[in-house]
Structures are given as C-alpha cells and as structure tokens.
Design a binder for this molecule. Structure first.
Ligand code: PXP
Length: 243
C-alpha cells in the first residue's frame, strides 16, 4: 500500500504573507497525521520564504509518524539537519528565483560529494532520499551514493496536457520506479500531484510513498485539512483495488 506524506510548506506560505503566527504548519502537521498521513514534509529553503527554523524544531518535537526535511545540500542547512535530526532528508536542487523546486537533482554529476553527504546523515541516524528525474543514470548514481530512497520527480507528468505525452511520461516514471526497486532502493514520487492526476501514479506498484503538498493545502482552504488529506488517501488506496 502506498503511503502519503503531506508537505505543509504552504501553510507557512499563508502565515508568511502577514508575518504573524497563523496558520501554524505545526498544527497542520498534527491534523494531517490524525487524518492518516504517514509522514510530514517541510522544505527549509535558504531564503526562508515559507518554513522557518522554528517550524522544523517544533515539527521534530510533535511529528510522530516520519519527518522528512527537504533541503538543498548546502553547509548551513546540513548543520541544521544534523542538529534537528529529522527521520529523513530529501535532497533537492534549489534556485533562488524559482517558484517551486524545478527539476531533479543531478546526483550523477557529483557522486563523491553526495556519498559524503549520505555518510554524514547516516552517522546521525538520518535516512537520505534524492529527488531525481525518472532516469536510470540518476537512480544508479543515487544507489552508488548510498541513498536509502529516491523520490521520482512527477512535475513534468503533472504539467503535460496531451494524452500521448502524459502516457509516455508515465511509462518513464514506471520504468524508473521499477528499476530503482530492482536495485534495492525504496521509491517515492512527488511534485505537482493532485486529486485528478495521482491515480495513474498510484497504480505503479514499485512506488512506496508519495509526497504531496500544494493540492492538499489548496483543497484544505475549502474543506478543512483533515478532509483534504482523507480524500487524497481514499484515491491512493483505491488504486490497489483496480491495479
Ligand atoms: N517533492 C519535492 C521534492 C518537492 O520539492 C515538492 C515541493 O515542495 C513536493 C514533493 C510537493 O510538491 P507539490 O507541492 O506540488 O505537491
């Protein structure tokens, strides 16, 4: 059964719009867990545009499922991760001007550097996931670097419009997921997934977990966060009945 990790960054985005205390991503995380999420994700960006250091510290204290800290592989954030000790870190590329994470990490370009990062995290008891494109070379490089898990980037799939293009990208994601599984990695997928496009991804049986943020937080504005999480879990679970 695929499990859902909910990214609470955009609760913090709303809070930061006014610079006050609400809404609180920590409370959101607790409600997500109550609704059945099996993990909470937050991205502490170098520019601190949404999640703040205080959020990560408090999330570490309250999250009882799994805390996944998304982060760039930069010294400042690595030090914070080592201090706070999330259950897992997901390493992503980060560009200052981007609206959201654009593209996967190029692990193959610097396997040595990423191996050192994995060793550092493992010595602190933190699992490591690399956010990569659905490409064999990146999955091989992640395995070589010692990753526990790869998160396959579904952003391109989510943005495509033509049926044929969507099916082609889906096939790429499926092959990448099966390949990663076959070489002993756990497999996650995420970015741009929503209530309409998630089902075909859930039918890929090599995928273990999903990381979803924006669509759930958007829906929660209208139906409440517990309801929004439950509706997503219902879709995810329905995939196992029709695989
Ligand atoms: N996975 C990764 C690595 C991400 O960077 C993001 C965006 O923060 C997500 C998943 C969630 O994407 P979305 O908010 O589009 O669901």
């Amino acid at each position: 059964m695929i499990t859902l990790n909910v990214n609470v960054d955009h609760i913090a985005t709303i809070r930061q719009a006014r610079g006050g205390n609400e809404p609180d991503p920590v409370l959101a995380a607790m409600l997500c867990e109550l609704a059945g999420a099996r993990g909470v994700v937050c991205h502490l960006r170098e520019d601190r545009r949404h999640i703040q250091d205080r959020d990560v510290e408090l999330l570490r204290q309250v999250v009882s499922t799994k805390l996944d800290l998304e982060m760039a592989a930069v010294p400042e954030i690595i030090q914070i991760a080592l201090k706070i000790k999330p259950d897992m870190v997901t390493i992503v590329p980060e560009k200052r001007m981007e609206l959201t994470t654009e593209g996967g990490l190029d692990v193959a370009k610097d396997v040595q550097r990423y191996s050192e990062l994995v060793s550092t995290m493992h010595s602190a008891g933190i699992e490591v996931s690399f956010f990569v494109e659905p490409e064999q070379s990146q999955i091989d490089a992640s395995k070589q670097a010692g990753a526990d898990i790869v998160e396959i980037h579904t952003g391109k799939y989510a943005n495509l419009v033509k049926e044929q293009d969507i099916l082609q990208e889906l096939e790429k994601i499926k092959n990448a997921a099966h390949y990663a599984k076959s070489i002993g990695l756990r497999v996650a997928a995420g970015h741009g997934l929503n209530y309409r496009n998630v089902l075909p991804i859930c039918k890929i049986d090599a995928i273990d977990e999903l990381s979803i943020g924006h669509s759930i937080i958007s829906r929660s504005v209208f139906v409440g966060i517990e309801q929004a999480v439950k509706e997503m879990i219902e879709i995810i679970n329905s995939a196992s009945l029709i695989r």
